[in-house]
Design a protein around this ligand. Sequence first.
Ligand code: ATP
Ligand code: VIB
Length: 274
Amino acid sequence: MDVIMHSSSFLLPKLYQPVNKPVKNYALVVLNQHLPRFMPRLWDHANLRICADGGANHIFDEMYQITNDEDKKSTRNKYVPEIIEGDMDSIRPEVKLFYSSQVLLFALWFLHCLPSQGSKISDKSHNQETTDLHKCISRIHHCTPDDEKPNLCVLVTGALGGRFDHEAANINVLYLFSDMRIVLLSDDCLIRLLPRTHRHELYIESSVEGPHCGLFPVGAPSTSTTTTGLKWNLSESKMRFGSMISTSNIVQSEKVTVESDADLLWTISLRNLT
Ligand SMILES: Nc1ncnc2c1ncn2[C@@H]1O[C@H](COP(=O)(O)OP(=O)(O)OP(=O)(O)O)[C@@H](O)[C@H]1O
Ligand SMILES: Cc1ncc(C[n+]2csc(CCO)c2C)c(N)n1
């Protein structure tokens, strides 16, 4: 069985990346919740930034506070997402106008050499069958060739710590796109899916994550899960909701390994980083 290596080195400054990073490229998806305090770091790592509908309001409103920037205007001009995608029922009109008129600036740049900026606005208001996060990930999935998918990791901010139906839908997206690396983030923790098709090696960045962690199946039960590197390891253990699941576990090694006959969610606490 092949191994997938995982690392949260995107939580470290770009300068301090380990040499053997399992991922080359990052995409950032900003959901409609408060931005995490480490948002500027994620922004710097990403080659593509997409706001899911009202996520754009939070970039507009909060980025200058997080960056401690005195000049609100120049911060807004600096942090312009490449795409705003969704059913457009949450983005405020002035925010939509601000980022779409950056496209006009782009036209001016062409003519007068102004700085190049501009968000593509992808209005999917006709689609009330899928969530805005689903729409964003569909776009990334579609645009990424299969052989490039393992090199890309999608970081999703504001995915946890809000309405439970939204959180459930966000977790469902991990399962719907299980051929992609997707990390759901809040200020306090992250979640990733560990597909049963592979063995998993998690390289723990202990300066920014841990020690609390959890591992459990959501859809189908697991009849055999084996781990190393945890305080309470599993050895061909059964896990299902209604019986045993591993929560409030503790990471005890720089490397955690997981092998299971079911898709599992891995969650780990985040330290108080800025
Ligand atoms: N409270 C929340 N908790 C977790 N995720 C959220 C929350 N609010 C929004 N999101 C995420 O941000 C995305 C965009 O949010 P937005 O508020 O625009 O959704 P929406 O389409 O208006 O949903 P709804 O109509 O159900 O409120 C959602 O698809 C969801 O993934
Ligand atoms: C069975 C079923 N349940 C709920 C919805 C509603 N819904 C799901 S995603 C979405 C878009 C939110 O931006 C909406 C309105 C549906 N269509 N089908």
